[in-house]
Design a binder for this molecule. Structure first.
Ligand code: HEC
Ligand code: HEC
Length: 203
């Protein structure tokens, strides 16, 4: 943790030196990019926010604030970061981050990508796992409260899918059930595939 903290501190210095993002000066974007990366593409354990769905970001911020999303790193980092955000700031931050262009993380295992794609598109009939595509979209781009998954980092995707199976964030709609039905190999394959999906376009 010490090493991580000092890396985060270094990042903070770098992003200050690089100057503010082109957000409204009154929006506390730097309180977020300090951890999420200066162009919000994700950094270390903090996931990419750039190009994430507006409504999804807003819902997550409220669920951190209300302590519904209780994953270990959420408790450690996001409960504090979201504690004092006004409804207007949640709205404005969500709108801002959702319009930033995305870069794919490209950091999964290439050999697993084809298997991951098959599960993503077709589900697994034998274990009653529905296709992810029906909700998350053909390019894993998400819509409204359903998040964009394409190009998120392998380690973040894997952690999210594992932690639902461990009982964290249990109040979150269809995912606790879906994720807890996936085997470790299936999670690996899905997280690998999705890390390569480069959805550069943000409508
Ligand atoms: C101290 C570091 C830190 C700060 C500051 C921080 N975050 Fe986070 N954020 C994280 C980490 C780590 C996670 C991953 C939580 C998990 O895995 O459960 C996260 C997760 C999130 C998520 C969930 C993304 C997803 O795909 O589900 C959102 C949204 C988010 N942060 C928005 C923000 C906003 C907006 C701010 C500024 C107000 C902010 N964060 C400030 C570290 C931080
Ligand atoms: C019935 C619709 C539905 C299906 C099918 C579905 N999802 Fe989801 N998924 C959601 C919703 C809604 C959320 C947002 C949950 C929340 O608000 O916390 C979500 C969230 C996620 C997240 C969290 C992303 C982030 O940024 O933290 C991951 C990862 C994910 N889903 C992966 C999958 C995978 C892999 C499959 C297929 C095996 C799948 N989903 C199938 C609706 C669905």
């Amino acid at each position: 943790m010490k090493l991580i903290r000092s890396k985060l501190a270094i990042l903070a210095i770098i992003s200050v030196a690089a100057g503010p993002l082109s957000a409204d000066e009154s929006l506390p974007v730097r309180n977020c990019t300090w951890c999420h990366g200066s162009s919000a593409q994700g950094f270390m354990m903090a996931p990419r926010l750039a190009g994430q769905r507006d409504q999804y970001i807003g819902n997550q911020l409220l669920s951190f604030r209300d302590h519904i999303r209780d994953n270990p790193l959420s408790r450690q980092y996001m409960w504090g970061a979201a504690a004092n955000l006004s409804a207007q700031t949640v709205h404005d931050l969500s709108a801002y981050f959702s319009t930033l262009p995305t870069l794919p993380a490209d950091d999964g295992d290439r050999q697993l990508a084809a298997a991951g794609r098959t599960i993503y598109e077709q589900g697994i009939a034998e274990s009653n796992i529905v296709s992810c595509l029906v909700c998350h979209g053909p390019n894993a781009e998400g819509v409204r409260e359903i998040p964009r998954l394409g190009g998120l980092s392998y380690s973040y995707l894997k952690r999210r899918l594992e932690q639902w199976g461990e009982g964290f964030h249990a109040a979150a709609g269809p995912m606790p059930h879906i994720a807890s039905t996936l085997s470790p190999n299936e999670i690996d394959a899905l997280a690998s595939y999705l890390s390569f999906v480069g959805s550069a376009s943000v409508e």
